[in-house]
Design a protein around this ligand. Structure first.
Ligand code: NBG
Length: 803
């Protein structure tokens, strides 16, 4: 047998007896314990290993098929991944959920209890990190040869708790108990340099750190493909422990070099709004790309010689600007270590990379101080200067000596201080640039990156985001999935979400509607956030002023006043649920959170109001919690100021689960509304053009306050509760036009109440939302990337009989 191409591993058994035997073997041989003394943690880890083995066998066949095909690879570079829990996913993808449950019971454990021990690796902040995970799932499902590269942070996104209503951040030591899903691969470690000097183009780093990878398996659904996501941990080199200092009792000093090195992968940065540790963050970015590029070159050289084929066999997608140092790093590797000339290296580099932009907020476009780069990565700065030189020549050739334009487009910002503009480097150094929703891509080309779109119109694309229906419908919402499969006569929709369109006729079937409603009710009972018969109104996302949680809050306060004045005016009892985290240093967002908790108490303590209105704010929003909230939602709040939300993906998850959206014409809301139909979507507010015009004009939020008694009462109440800062910022600048959109929002909420009153018609709209959300599958997103940007196709693993 050819061990590389015709692997003949023993296929793990599929019968309950075989599964149970494997579970016992793992318990005794790998976990080293016995049935009599096993803890629940033992049971969990043993189950994880048993399921993992089934994926590992598929992984071996996938790797063999990839090796034989020597295909074009897609590499996804992302500083963040929010993978969610692994156990349920892997039980589903291996088809072992039932046998696993009965095997667990047979050895004396409750499956539900064991499942709760599965910890979600929170290696990301929000939508950007979850998108990365959805794309990995879809790439595997579509059999695309792909590897995700990232950092294995010891501490993921902080665990959120509330103390006196205020967010308190606690460390998220997610792998404290070990992580049964990981395969360490220490032999693939890489050496990464920092600081030092450059002499004639030769860089001598002053400090080196090791990058050690481990990978997790990324199975496809309904296929044997199992891809991987490879995460790097920083380690000190062997000599870093100072024995003589230790011998002299200098214990802290003895390990200081090791601690310094290992700090690189210690924590996920909560986001850019904190000044702290900026150099460490830059080190992380370089660490990620340096390790990953060397790993890619190593993999390339397994099957190819020379460099001619590199850009044909490799496409590297840069997830936002965090990994953009990959551009100068690949140039450096090709020139300094493999001795290619500039033009050849540049041609390869430009063809290899593509860049996705995820924002329109100017403050979110990363820049790095030139002196910091000069100190940390002196050779890279030289290369960036050279890239800029060539780039500005191209601009000059095309537009003439327009100094204003040259200054605007330069990769180096000169005023007020010298900085490297990572987004400019990204556009200059890649073959394709994309936004993440139609409107976003259009605004990118018209505003944020306009000069670049004028220079290279063909480089700009749109790829609208999507979400994986496996996790966000099948795993999160089993009862609805079962009903859908019954309605459609099969579960083909799991791999072809457009099939959901087949539900449309059932929206007019009263019996089906009733069952649909019963499922929603059952999910609300499971969530236990409030009365299952109330309208469950959810706003779940990161806290940011542009997303306008404060607007939702003004609505809640207005409802409170209306109920107090006359309870009969409010026709729909509501449970309003907020969830989300704020960047630790983002004080304005944290004040809004405290205010939500304060209002929640106020409402709960008022017996005249509490039967009609409830406000809940569960702590520590993450993928696991989203999977519980999304299936229970009736109303999805997508109320950002138009022109600010690049796409949103929570909006897609909620619509897919039959929630109706109340939203502005922003991000992917526009495409959701186009698809589900204007009648099944509650639209309000200024559009992006209008919002920009109001912002650019003489906007006076106080006029709205003066003219609208309900708004005035709401803001006064907020001020009176001791939140003068929140009230003041609304009445002062009102950066995100909360007051300008207030009345339109309230009117739209009145339409929601009216619609809720007719439950049959509401349920019809709910079914239509699901039926028409097929487009928002991340399978479609990946298909779009493959055809417009990656030019990559599938490779399917054999069945294991070959050889
Ligand atoms: C976020 C946007 C969202 C978008 C996700 C995924 C960043 C920088 N951007 O609107 O705010 O849905 O990216 O594209 O996290």
């Amino acid at each position: 047998m050819d061990m590389r191409t015709g692997i003949n591993l023993r296929t793990p058994g599929a019968t309950p007896e075989e599964f149970q035997q494997d579970l016992l073997d793992n318990l005794y041989y790998r976990r080293g314990t016995t049935v009599e003394s096993a803890s629940a943690q033992d049971a969990y880890e043993t189950l994880a290993l048993t399921v993992r083995d089934r994926l590992a066998e598929r992984r071996a066949r996938t790797a063999a098929a990839h090796y034989a095909a020597n295909p074009r690879w897609v590499y996804y570079f992302s500083a963040e991944y929010l993978l969610g829990r692994q156990l349920e996913q892997n039980l589903l993808y291996t088809g072992t959920a039932e046998v696993a449950a009965s095997a667990l019971k047979a050895v004396g454990f409750a499956p539900e209890e064991v499942k709760e021990l599965d910890v979600e690796p929170g290696l990301g902040n929000g939508g950007l990190g979850r998108l990365a995970a959805c794309l990995l799932d879809s790439m595997a499902t579509l059999d695309i040869p792909a590897v995700g590269y990232g950092i294995r942070y010891d501490l993921g996104i902080f665990r959120q708790t509330f103390e006196n209503g205020a967010q308190v951040e606690r460390p998220d030591d997610w792998a404290f108990q070990g992580d049964p899903w990981e395969f360490p691969a220490p032999d693939d470690r890489q050496v990464v340099g920092f600081y030092g000097t450059v002499d004639n183009g030769v860089w001598t780093p002053a400090e080196t750190v090791l990058g050690e990878p481990s990978h997790m398996l990324v199975p496809g659904h309904g296929t044997d493909t199992v891809n991987i996501v490879r995460l790097w941990s920083a380690r000190a080199s062997r000599e870093s422990f100072d024995l003589s200092r230790f011998a002299h009792g200098q214990y802290a000093e003895a390990v200081q070099d090791a601690v310094r090195a290992e700090n690189i992968s210690k924590v996920l940065y909560p986001d850019d709004s904190t000044e702290l540790g900026r150099e460490l963050r830059l080190k992380q970015q370089y660490f990620l790309v340096s390790c990953s590029l060397r790993d890619i070159i190593r993999r390339f050289q397994l099957r190819n010689t020379g460099w001619d084929a590199f850009a044909d066999k490799t496409v590297i997608q840069l997830n936002d600007t965090h990994p953009v140092l990959a551009v100068p790093e690949l140039m450096r590797l090709l020139m300094d270590e493999y001795h290619l000339d500039w033009d050849t290296a540049w041609a390869i580099t430009r063809r290899t990379f593509a860049y996705t932009c995820h924002t329109l907020l100017p403050e979110a476009l990363e820049t790095w101080p030139v002196p910091m780069l000069e100190r940390l990565l002196p050779r890279h700065l030289e290369i960036i200067y050279l890239i800029n030189l060539h780039f500005l020549e191209e601009v000059r050739d095309r537009f003439g000596p327009d100094t204003d334009r040259l200054r605007r487009m330069s990769i180096i910002q000169e005023e007020p201080d010298r900085r490297v503009r990572m987004a400019h480097l990204a556009v200059a150094g890649t073959a394709a640039v994309n936004g993440v929703a139609e409107l976003h891509s259009q605004l990118l080309a018209e505003t944020t990156l306009r000069d670049f779109a004028e220079l290279w119109p063909d480089r700009f694309h749109n790829v609208t985001n999507g979400v994986t229906p496996r996790r966000f419908l099948r795993i999160a919402n089993p009862p609805l999935s079962a009903l859908i499969s019954e309605g459609l006569g099969g579960d083909g929709w799991l791999r072809d979400l457009d099939l959901l369109a087949g539900l449309e006729p059932l929206a007019d079937d009263p019996a089906f509607r009733q069952r649909w409603r019963a499922v929603k009710r059952q999910n609300k009972i499971a969530l236990a956030a409030g009365d299952p018969d109330s309208l469950t109104d959810v706003m779940i996302k990161r806290f940011h002023e542009y997303k306008r949680q404060q607007l939702k809050l003004l609505h809640v306060v207005t409802l409170y006043h209306r109920i107090k004045n006359d309870p009969t005016t409010v026709r729909a009892p509501r449970t309003v649920l907020f969830a989300g985290k704020a960047a630790p240093a983002y004080h304005a967002a944290k004040a809004i959170m405290r205010l939500i908790n304060t209002i929640a108490h106020l409402v709960a303590a008022d017996p005249a109001v509490s039967p009609h209105l409830k406000v809940v704010f569960p702590a520590n929003y993450n993928v696991t919690l989203a999977e519980r909230i999304v299936p229970a939602a009736d109303l999805s709040e997508q109320i950002s100021m138009a022109g600010k939300e690049a796409s949103g993906t929570g909006n897609m998850k909620l619509a897919l689960n039959g929630a109706l959206t109340i939203g502005t014409l922003d991000g992917a809301n526009i495409e959701i509304r186009d698809r589900v139909g204007a009648d099944n979507f509650f639209l309000f507010g200024l559009d992006a053009r209008q919002a920009a015009a109001v912002r650019g004009g003489d906007y006076q939020p106080r006029r709205h306050y003066d003219d609208d008694p309900e708004l005035r009462a709401a803001i006064d109440l907020i001020g009176g509760l001791g939140f003068a800062d929140v009230a003041g910022s609304l009445l002062g600048r009102d950066e995100y036009l909360t007051l300008a959109d207030y009345r339109a929002y309230l009117d739209a909420q009145d339409r929601v109440e009216q619609a809720w009153h007719d439950q049959d018609s509401w349920t019809r709209m709910s079914i239509l939302n699901t039926a028409r959300s097929g487009f928002f599958s991340s399978d479609r997103t990946v298909t779009d990337y493959c055809s417009t940007i990656w030019k990559a196709g599938p490779v399917r693993p054999g069945n294991g009989d070959a050889g």
